[in-house]
Write a protein that binds this ligand. Structure first.
Ligand SMILES: Nc1nc2c(c(=O)[nH]1)N[C@H]1C(S)=C(S)[C@@H](COP(=O)(O)O)O[C@H]1N2
Ligand SMILES: [Mo]
Length: 385
């Protein structure tokens, strides 16, 4: 293209873009909330929390007004007790199938190691699995030191294939009538554990880890469901075989009917890496202008579509002002002239590799018999007056 022509093209192009930007100025940034903007509450509200000890501080979707979830609004899950740990007496052991066990690592020692930060959206794999559990998600900036160099320093033996992360919390576990006292534990293959993204994390949004989120140290495993992110970390143990405790082999196992050439195969698979998901967060109104705002996460997101009632899918605008590889994307869509009355709002995320968030009647969801990995499309109800 000759220079002049190209310049003209650029000028015209940017002029056209400016017009577009003007029209959608309100949409490019979903946050902060604009003056005069009010939230239209969903008609379908979560049921009363049936497990208030285990599940605390769920995200209230209508309150979503920042990319980062503040620590005091971040959800917290506990399967056993919630230990209060004194960092002066706490230490971390890394052992098992290694040549040089690293024992009694202090918090100060871990903080002296190279620091790394990641913005990562943690979702509990049970989120949306129950009517009372729809806010098990939050996005934080986590800081810590990479796990891999410490495992390397410990010198993993050739037969070391599995890395187990033990928490300080514990409780009674029963299997085959055998009653045991066990610490919370989850494992990963050595290959997965060595991923450079994994952090031994001591900081959340610039503050020491809050007790509810794992003080003084937790694993942060970006790209994995919440369960892999072991809190109140106490021991890391390399083993020579698969680890099959409650949280690896009985709970957090997804049971599905899968179709193979017209035959049903029942599968039981471990909950691990997060799946593609999105949800409408809120409908806002400013005068007579309505907007739908939501989030999408689980895998790298390319696109989010929104469906109102039984209408067509319309692409939402993704807010690129704050983004990170492992963080949710905030999206919004202007809702032009909604008719008064009740409506449904459904969102559908599409990943960069073409993954599509399944509909609730997709066999992937409909033939799933357990509540974990509830990544089906979320439909909310709203009344426009
Ligand atoms: N030690 C320990 N770690 C744990 C848990 C637990 O009960 N004990 N719960 C897991 C689950 S199921 C989830 S969803 C995440 C939640 O992290 P959060 O409580 O910081 O939000 O922590 C995980 N790590
Ligand atoms: Mo979870």
């Amino acid at each position: 293209m000759p220079d002049l022509q190209r310049r003209e093209f650029i000028v015209q192009g940017s002029a056209a873009l400016a017009g577009f930007a003007g029209l959608y100025a309100s949409m490019a940034h979903a946050f902060p909330t604009q003056p005069g903007e009010e939230v239209v509450a969903w008609l379908d509200q979560p049921a009363e929390n049936r497990n208030p000890v285990g599940i605390q501080t769920q995200l209230v979707w209508e309150d979503l007004d920042s990319w980062i979830t503040p620590n005091d609004k971040f959800f917290s899950i506990s399967h056993f007790n919630r230990p209060t740990i004194d960092e002066r007496t706490w230490s971390l052991d890394i052992g098992g199938r290694v040549t040089k066990p690293l024992e009694h690592l202090s918090l100060a020692y871990i903080k002296e190691q190279p620091r790394k930060e990641v913005v990562f959206t943690v979702e509990c794999s049970g989120n949306h699995g129950f009517p009372f559990f729809t806010g098990g998600i939050g996005n934080a900036r986590w800081a810590g030191t990479p796990l891999a160099p410490l495992l390397q320093r410990a010198g993993v033996l050739d037969d070391g294939v599995e890395v187990v992360f033990f928490g300080a919390d514990k409780g009674e576990v029963i299997n085959r009538d055998i009653k045991m006292q066990q610490n919370f534990a989850r494992s990963m293959s050595l290959v997965d554990a060595m991923n450079p993204d994994n952090l031994l994390c001591y900081e959340m949004n610039g503050a020491p880890l809050p007790p509810a989120n794992g003080f003084p140290l937790r694993l942060i495993a970006p790209g994995w469901y919440g369960i892999a992110n072991v809190k109140w970390l106490k021991t890391i143990e390399v083993r020579d075989s698969r680890f099959m405790n409650l949280l690896m082999a009985r709970d957090y196992v997804t049971i599905r009917e899968e179709e193979r050439n017209g035959e049903t195969v029942w599968t039981e698979t471990s909950v691990g890496r997060s799946r593609i998901k999105s949800a409408p967060a809120k409908v806002t109104r400013k005068g007579s202008d309505y907007r739908i705002i939501g989030a999408a996460w689980g895998v790298p997101i390319k696109q989010v579509d929104v469906k109102i009632d039984r209408g067509p899918w319309t692409s939402a605008i993704i807010d690129h002002s704050e983004e990170a590889d492992h963080a949710w994307k905030i999206w919004s869509l202007d809702w032009r002239d909604p008719s008064p009355g009740e409506h449904t709002v459904t969102s559908r995320a599409i990943g960069t590799k073409g993954q599509v968030q399944p509909a609730m009647n997709d066999p992937l969801i409909a033939k799933k018999h357990t509540y974990w990995e509830s990544n089906g499309q979320v439909t909310r109800r709203v009344r426009i007056v």
